[in-house]
Design a protein around this ligand. Structure first.
Ligand code: PEP
Ligand code: MN
Length: 349
């Protein structure tokens, strides 16, 4: 159930409604829009029925009471009345008219590799630095990431360049260590439906980049986001990274239609990962341009000083020496969709 307050509703009237909802056993999520307050009453079937029987329509300050039509509630665009969420990651905005360029290696390998990459991407205008310290690998015999040592190198790279860090959390057991370093915690495609992990990230309040599962529908992605939002963490970015289809000429099928459709369904920012979809460097630039032009709120892309020497995902990583040219092209494509690269100095309100 969604309770839309009048523009003139007082703080006390809003509080009254919240108390009534909580009294009926449901969660009351208040969303403060620029014009009006909306309160989402979120509960199971029984709690929904109790809220419905409260007669909130007649309550002072209440404009309308409406059912929430989608199975995901807090993630739905209906819930914010069409207002879009804009995240603020250490001064870098994500969403709205801002375009986030998140770049860095697949995995943290060494101090030299991290520093070289971090400087190259920062100087070219990247807004955040990515790098995995814990890697979800298909083979248990493949390199699994440097773990805590990798996290320390990410922290060093941040101290040196000022770039916020995006890194993956795979295991609840590593939550404290990862949260010490991550400005944005990445939930990998393979963990999209790891519900205890999602709830933990929700409780942490830390901005999250939630990747779409390899074979997940958009509804399933939004339900996964709901697990994070439900714990009171509104800072979620959705990420399209390619899905498995019958086509096997490339690694995954980058579903760019997901961008406008997710925006139709949800208020959350949408990021595209062209690297893992393509699996090939030569496809990364055209896919990035298409993603930016179709209205993505940002791109997360893999970059390495020497991709041929990379421990993992070498064939798809952009060369750090070519990144500045890439960033300029992406910036132009983003401008077609009315967005500008949101570095710390160039944040758009
Ligand atoms: C990654 O971004 O490092 C990664 C492993 O991606 P995905 O979870 O999308 O495969
Ligand atoms: Mn990778």
């Amino acid at each position: 159930m969604m309770i839309v307050m009048k523009e003139t509703a007082t703080e006390e009237e809003v509080r009254d409604v919240v108390e009534k909802i909580e009294g009926a056993g449901a969660l009351a999520h208040r969303i403060r829009g620029s014009r009006l307050s909306v309160i989402g009453a979120i509960g199971d079937v029984e709690q929904d029925a109790s809220v419905a029987s409260l007669g909130l329509e007649g309550q002072p300050g209440v404009d309308r009471v409406m059912p929430i039509l989608k199975p995901y509630k807090l993630a739905s665009l209906q819930m914010t009345h069409g207002e879009r969420t804009v995240l603020d990651i250490d001064g870098r905005k994500v969403g709205g008219e801002n375009f986030a360029l998140i770049a860095g290696p697949c995995t943290v390998e060494s101090r030299e590799q991290m520093m070289q990459t971090a400087h190259a991407v920062r100087d070219a205008g990247a807004t955040m630095l990515r790098g995995g310290a814990y890697k979800p690998r298909t083979s248990p015999y493949a390199f699994q990431g440097l773990g805590r040592e990798g996290l320390m190198l990410l922290a060093e790279a941040k101290a040196e360049t000022g770039l916020p860090i995006v890194t993956e959390l795979m295991d609840i057991g590593d939550v404290d260590a990862v949260m010490e370093v991550a400005d944005v915690v990445q939930i990998g495609a393979r963990n999209m439906q790891n519900y205890p992990l999602l709830a933990e990230v929700g409780r942490s309040g830390r901005p999250a980049l939630l990747k779409r599962g390899l074979s997940s529908t958009l509804d399933e992605l939004l339900m996964a986001a709901e697990y994070i939002l439900k714990e009171g963490n509104p800072n979620v970015m959705l990420c399209e990274r390619g899905i498995r289809t019958f086509e096997n000429a490339y690694r995954f099928t980058l579903d760019l239609m997901a961008v406008p459709v997710l925006k139709e369904l949800s208020h959350l920012p949408v990021i595209v990962d062209p690297s893992h979809a393509a699996g090939r460097r030569d496809l990364v630039t055209p896919l990035s341009l298409a993603a930016a032009a179709v209205g993505a709120d940002g791109i997360i892309v893999e970059v390495h000083p020497e991709p041929d020497e990379a421990i993992c995902d070498g064939p798809q990583q952009l060369r750090a020496s070519e990144f500045a040219e890439y960033a300029r092209a992406v910036e132009q494509a983003a401008a077609l969709a009315g967005k500008a690269l949101a570095g710390k100095e160039r944040v758009l309100a």
